[in-house]
Design a protein around this ligand. Sequence first.
Ligand code: ZN
Length: 209
Amino acid sequence: MLAADHTRLADDIKGVEAAECSWLHVDIMDGHFVPNLTFGPQTVADLRPKTELFLDVHLMLDNPQDFVELFIKAGADQVTIHVEPSYDISATLLKIRELGAKCGVVFNPGTPASAVQPYLDQVDIVLAMTVQPGFGGQSFQESVLEKTSQIAAWRQERNLDFRIQVDGGINAENAPLCRQAGVDTFVAGTAFFKSKDRNLFRQNIETLT
Ligand code: ZN
């Protein structure tokens, strides 16, 4: 949603529905953990009655533990939290579940895959950032795919069923590489909203993966 027109979010979201995508990925930034500001819980609350899409809220915050409840009450279906800041990650994941939403952990391109390993049996999704988070429109870092492959191997070894998601610079060219590296869930921002034919874009991702 970060790549949408923020003055007409409800209209742009209709475009996501029209392209038969099922999730809406909402990037929340605090100007601290990442050098940018985006949306708050009020935006999620205002969007909730306007769409049936699964609201996937990605918290890029230094203190996500203080905000999960607000975003879930606002209508988030899933909340993902970063492993880089220092807070009780395990307790925060439990809290998200207790509040009735799905939960996941996120790691940045510079963070080793081992940082998410302790939480794998607690999550519905692991999100690998394929750019340094903060701004839309950056190019995809292919080196992250070694880590998603490792996480997919752990998933298989431990017989777990969480999703593996990538976020940042995803397009129809690199999506198949991600798929080969264990990824099953793709966040497309710029590539989707700026594409001339969004339906075709979604079909391309589906076909190539
Ligand atoms: Zn995101």
